[in-house]
Design a protein. Structure first.
Length: 186
């Protein structure tokens, strides 16, 4: 299914929620949140065992596209790794005062339907490590005045991009919990 985005009203609300999230969870807390979320997702995947590659149809959750309603747990980890990898590179550019050449295209971050749990978790770990390396210098993040466009939310400053990783992962952790419920019913 081609990416269709989220409804306009959800985009509007999400913009407000992202700003609120950034105030409640500033860049200084992002790395710890990312790792805590990673541990929870890892536990879900490990407890699912071989079923972690089973796609489960769930209802569309607010903030997620219709196309994300049929993922496996491994696909969630693969998606997060893809997003976090480019988020780290984008944030590194913003901190240096450079515009990022990375186009945030929703289609680019669709997970591999054949994603394997071990590889996806390894990639997620590496992507979070890359983010942690940039998140160390929160003073530079706060000094940055350069923005980068998100296709749904428009131009965002470095402080918001720094907090976006855990915000985004929180949405997909919720998705993962629904997948696990679906696995237990299946």
């Amino acid at each position: 299914m081609p990416p269709t985005g989220i409804p306009a009203v959800e985009r509007f609300v999400a913009r407000l929620l992202i700003r609120r999230w950034t105030r409640a969870h500033p860049p200084e807390t992002a790395a710890a949140l990312l790792r805590a979320q990673q541990r929870e997702l890892t536990a879900l995947i490990q407890s699912a065992g071989s079923a972690a590659t089973t796609r489960v149809q769930i209802k569309r959750l607010r903030g997620l596209e219709e196309s994300s309603t049929n993922y496996s747990l491994a696909m969630v980890a693969d998606h997060l790794a893809r997003v976090n990898r480019d988020l780290a590179a984008t944030l590194a550019d913003l901190v240096q005062g450079r515009p990022s050449p990375i186009e945030v295209s929703i289609a680019k971050y669709k997970p591999d339907p054949a994603a394997e749990p071990v590889a996806a978790l390894r990639d997620l770990d590496a992507s979070i490590a890359a983010l942690e390396a940039v998140l160390v210098d929160t003073a530079a993040i706060r000094r940055s005045t350069t923005t980068h466009a998100h296709p749904w939310f428009g131009p965002l400053p470095a402080t918001v991009w720094a907090s976006f990783g855990p915000f985004h992962q929180a949405l997909h952790l919720n998705q993962s919990r629904f997948i696990v419920k679906g696995l237990s019913r299946g």
